[in-house]
Design a protein around this ligand. Structure first.
Ligand SMILES: CCc1ccc([C@H](C)CC(=O)N[C@@H]2O[C@H](CO)[C@@H](O)[C@H](O)[C@H]2O)cc1
Length: 819
């Protein structure tokens, strides 16, 4: 095939320099003199984008030329992080580009910092989707990822007087050089109205949906380049009015009406819902979900027919993965398209649908499981409600007559929950409409089969499987920790970045003093760099020789940031009492956003900052203790924090964290983990070994047992002096003299309810921490364990996860294994 020959994509230093100057002139309309840093960044972004395109266009061409089977990943959230440095790494041109910029007197690091990251996600689920995109492009799984192009992403977090404040995220304020608008690729999307069931002259029965509003979805493509690999597409949909301006209204002077449709339409993709694990049931959220799902499925059908295929074979061409229930309406939408628009009979359509979809569940929290109210659904998607009723009816019939299910079972398994005004269980729709359902860690997948989807797992045991999460080693070590990457590559070669299992070769260096010193020196350098960043962001100076104890993730009661705070208060009170003279200096570093409407999470942030204010200015203790809350946690910030961590806090109540991925990122950067037997911590400990992991707390079964045994948190308060001290300190007013009762809600919830067993796990946590402090005392032994941790993290690459999805669910070959 004719490959593009042009200096525009040359990879040499001079080619890059020339292209940069050309793009500065032709794209930005500037010459170096008078150009701003942002102009330089944009010019470099276009220069790198051109080189990404080469791979991207080649891969897309190959997929259509060879009519390959393709994975379509449907996710309402993505957290790609900044693109520039990652694309330089994937192209393998970081050095020569930095040299080209230096010759022009430009510091490339400064340009890299200019990029606003697309914060199109809340946390774990969104970032996982982006790690998977990187892995599919690296391994060479033909793939296309669909999502929503929110105009405003996750809010910017500011901490004022210790409280979280939310600010609009203006990621698009300087435009986005990494995306290409595909104005011709667009689809009409309908909402509301009613349906008309008609039987035409030759007795064919069809249903017409007469919507009461229509708008258009337009594709914006961001090319994704794999590491020395292939290309993939992140296709995000933006909502626009079909008629953006109503001239007749304007002529009548009704200027608002003239633009009304435009405003209402664009509202659909205006902003990301900032709720993580809390379902809100808002109409706009349902419209967002349906909007991007319908655009995506119409696009897949267009691509399929373009290949000259018939819809009967849609499932042979596309493996469609549902990233949680947020895109689950896709099951009903594909049925509508096949039955109503392409007149394919129901059973055949249903067969195609089930064989197309796979569904990944990411949470067991009851409040996070989406259930849409029937009245809302009827108002927004009347035809889909009919289709879901039909799916439900046929399913219940099957349960009744083929499986002899009892009425309780039927009402437990039905897609429709008839209680109250009635609601649709989206997890049931996704499960019934898919051929495979998976959890995201071994423990989570087991709990999914034992609890949330128990009846379905009994009915269809083969439908259920597990794919443990993974992380991209490109972004989360090669990009974020170049020093450690350099040391590892010089020690075991560079193959590990695409085959993480190779890290095991490091194991025999674990006790080598020279290697250990290099290892420790790198950690120290990364800690010093983070310490500078902390000083810049918070004004607080942290001595890099302290142990950096890192707790960074969304703020949520089940993640138990407040258990960590109780431990810090214990240390503080011990020092104040003159005990702990020999305690090791500790810097506790927190970061994470709370959903704006989540009262307890926001109060926990205030508690962390209040404890920080008390300790950091107390000269009796602040040489031993520092407590930092770093604002506005993001992918960009995370890349700065993970390489500097000594200890990783993964202390969720067992059975609540589906997997966790921050745990993997911290461990891969040499941090040791203190954690519970929850999510992927279990598999990490299996790989890393009990001796190299600080385990504590109740396991999932013990939690269940204790909950059934009417758990009395107050008993722990009575019997544990240290716990009583810190609890009483919470409401002593010392932390909030202006409002002594400020933390009463936390105090009372822990004492009388404690749904996340903080009181029960407090003692075991402290015991495990004592071991941490003891081990830290022997730096060479600690470093040995840190090296072993990294050496045994091979399993947790997102490349391995994608290989599991490919073999267990998608049945697809990678380019690599194709001739
Ligand atoms: C309806 C509101 C809502 C929004 C997002 C979510 C996500 C599923 C929350 C999420 O990100 N879950 C996290 O997913 C990660 C990737 O699998 C896991 O590693 C985390 O354990 C899980 O909390 C649930 C409900």
């Amino acid at each position: 095939s004719k490959t593009i020959k042009s200096k525009r994509i040359g990879l040499s230093k001079n080619d890059i320099k020339d292209s940069f100057l050309e793009n500065l002139f032709f794209h930005i309309g500037r010459v170096p003199k008078g150009a701003t840093i942002m102009d330089y960044y944009q010019a470099l972004a276009y220069t790198v984008r051109d080189r990404v395109f080469k791979e991207f266009v080649t891969t897309v061409k190959r997929i259509s030329d060879e009519d390959l089977r393709v994975v379509a990943y449907l996710s309402a959230e993505y957290l790609p992080g900044p693109h520039l440095a990652n694309n330089l790494l994937s192209l393998g041109i970081t050095e020569q580009t930095a040299a080209a910029m230096a010759e022009l007197g430009i510091d490339m690091e400064e340009l890299i910092l200019q990029e606003e990251e697309p914060g199109l996600g809340n946390g774990g689920l969104g970032r996982l989707a982006s790690c998977y995109l990187d892995s599919m492009a690296t391994i060479g799984i033909p793939s296309i990822a669909y999502g929503i192009r929110y105009e405003f992403g996750i809010f910017e977090q500011h901490i004022k007087n210790g409280l979280q404040e939310e600010y609009t995220d203006k990621w698009l304020q300087y435009g986005n050089p990494w995306e290409v608008v595909r104005s011709e690729i667009g689809y009409n999307i309908m909402f509301g109205g009613s349906t008309k069931h008609v039987t035409d002259s030759n007795g064919n029965f069809t249903v017409n949906w007469i919507p009461d509003s229509k708008l258009r979805g337009t594709a914006y493509d961001t090319p994704i380049l794999g590491y020395k690999g292939y290309g993939s597409i992140l296709r995000l949909w933006r909502a626009e009015a079909i008629d953006t301006f109503d001239f007749s209204a304007y002529n009548k002077g009704d200027y608002y009406k003239a633009v009304q449709e435009k405003i209402l339409s664009e509202n659909i993709t205006k902003v990301l819902y900032p709720n993580d694990e809390q379902e809100t049931g808002k109409e706009l959220r349902l419209k967002q979900q349906y909007f991007f799902v319908s655009c995506s499925l119409q696009d897949l059908i267009r691509l399929h027919l373009l290949q000259g295929r018939i819809l009967d074979t849609l499932h042979e061409k596309f493996a469609i993965q549902l990233n949680d229930t947020h895109p689950a309406i896709a099951v009903a939408e594909l049925m509508r398209l096949l039955v109503d628009d392409y007149q394919i009979d129901w059973d055949k359509s249903w067969n195609i649908t089930q064989r197309c979809f796979g569904y990944t569940n990411h949470t067991l929290l009851p409040e996070a499981l989406e259930k849409w109210s029937i009245p809302l659904f009827r108002r927004v998607l009347p035809r889909h409600l009919e289709i879901i009723y039909e799916i439900n009816h046929r399913f219940v019939q099957e349960l009744k007559y083929q499986h002899g299910c009892s009425d309780e079972q039927l009402s437990r398994m039905a897609l429709i929950d008839h209680s109250g005004e009635g609601s649709i269980r989206m997890a049931h729709l996704a499960t019934v409409g898919s051929h495979k359902v998976n959890g995201v860690s071994a423990l989570h997948s087991e709990l999914l089969k034992k609890h949330v989807l128990y009846d379905f797992a009994q009915l269809w045991p083969d439908k259920f499987c597990n794919v443990t999460n993974g992380i991209s080693p490109r972004r989360f070590i090669a990009l974020s920790n170049p020093l450690l990457t350099g040391l590892i590559t010089e020690t075991i070669g560079s193959g590990w970045l695409t085959d993480l299992k190779e890290l095991s070769k490091l194991e025999n260096m674990a006790e080598d003093p020279t290697f250990q010193n290099k290892w420790m020196a790198i950690k120290q350098t990364n800690k010093a760099s983070l310490s500078d960043h902390i000083k810049l962001e918070t004004g607080i100076s942290v001595d890099p020789s302290m142990m950096f104890d890192v707790h960074v993730k969304r703020i949520h009661e089940y993640k138990r940031q407040h258990l960590n705070v109780l431990n810090i208060l214990h240390l503080y009170l011990q020092i104040k009492k003159g005990n702990n003279k020999d305690m090791i200096p500790m810097a506790f570093i927190f970061a994470g956003k709370a959903a704006p409407g989540y009262f307890m999470a926001k109060l926990i942030i205030k508690l962390i900052t209040a404890v920080g204010d008390l300790i950091n200015q107390d000269t009796e203790v602040n040489d031993k203790l520092k407590v930092i809350f770093l604002p506005d946690f993001s992918v960009k910030k995370a890349q700065h924090i993970y390489p500097a961590a000594d200890l990783s806090e993964q202390i969720s109540m067992a059975g609540k964290e589906a997997s966790g991925t921050g745990n993997m990122k911290l461990s891969l950067n040499g941090a040791l983990t203190i954690g519970t037997l929850d999510g992927a911590n279990v598999e990490m400990m299996e790989e890393i070994g009990m001796d190299n992991f600080f385990l504590f707390g109740l396991n999932a079964e013990e939690v269940q047992h204790k909950k059934q045994g009417n758990y009395k948190p107050g008993d722990h308060y009575v019997h544990n002096l240290h716990l009583r001290e810190v609890m009483d300190f919470l409401i002593s007013g010392a932390l909030s003299p202006e409002n002594p009762k400020l933390f009463q809600p936390i105090y009372e919830q822990l004492l009388y309810d404690d749904p996340y067993m903080i009181m029960a796990d407090f003692e075991s946590y402290l015991i495990s921490r004592a071991k941490v402090y003891e081990e830290w005392g022997n730096q060479s032994n600690w470093t040995k364990k840190s090296i072993i941790n990294v050496a045994r993290m091979g399993k947790f690459s997102s490349d391995r996860s994608i290989q599991d999805y490919s073999s267990l669910i998608w049945k697809i070959d990678s380019f690599q294994n194709r001739p």
